[in-house]
Design a protein around this ligand. Structure first.
Ligand SMILES: Cc1cc2nc3c(=O)[nH]c(=O)nc-3n(C[C@H](O)[C@H](O)[C@H](O)COP(=O)(O)O)c2cc1C
Length: 180
């Protein structure tokens, strides 16, 4: 049976939860990014594919550059999933996400790296102090100027407090990809 490593970076728990759901359904192994960085060579020989899961911070996929350098080697398939507070059903979500993919990947990478968005939420309780401050800065910026770079109006509306829109169903396309 083919083996997949799901390498994840998670601060407030949403990405970890999606990594766990995906692993349960697909039989993949999950490895925190901090550990995976140290075991890179072993991972590339022990596994048949690697998935990198992370979170959106100001439209950027946290840790992606490093993950690409380490695991997007051309030797084994590499896929990416990203969690974000942007609700998938808001009117301007599709163009916001399109822009986000284009900012994080080159056109060639977008063709060769399967990529998945999973709606999550916000957890102020688990957010590092510095990130709470960043959220406050975002909020006041959005009050002054609607539609800031990489932030949809859908997200601007939900920034106020903690919420959880995550659902197993958003992991289904990635589970399908892993099962091949
Ligand atoms: C400082 C900060 C910036 C964020 N920027 C975005 C963003 O640009 N787009 C988005 O959809 N979500 C954004 N989020 C929400 C996170 O991406 C979301 O909560 C994510 O699932 C957190 O993952 P984790 O729980 O695995 O750490 C932001 C959150 C923080 C704290």
């Amino acid at each position: 049976m083919k083996k997949t490593a799901i390498i994840y970076l998670s601060k407030t728990g949403f990405t970890k939860k999606y990594a766990q759901w995906t692993a349960e359904e697909s039989g993949a192994d999950i490895i925190p990014f901090s550990e995976a960085k140290k075991r890179r060579d072993k991972i590339l020989t022990e596994y048949d594919s690697v998935v990198f899961g992370s979170r959106l911070i100001g439209g950027t996929i946290n840790g992606l550059s490093k993950a690409k350098k380490l695991f997007y080697t051309g030797k084994i398939p590499f896929a990416v999933f990203v969690t974000g507070a942007t609700p998938i059903d808001a009117q301007d979500t599709a163009p916001t996400l399109k822009k986000m993919w284009e900012q994080n990947f080159t056109p060639a990478e977008l063709d060769s790296i399967p990529h998945f968005y999973m709606q999550s939420g916000l957890s102020y309780e688990n957010m590092p102090f510095i990130e709470k401050q960043m959220m406050n800065a975002f909020k006041s910026m959005l009050k002054k100027k609607k539609g800031a770079e990489g932030i949809s109006e859908g997200m601007a509306e939900v920034l106020g407090s903690s919420f959880d829109n995550s659902d197993k169903k958003f992991a289904a396309p990635l589970i399908q990809w892993i099962k091949g």
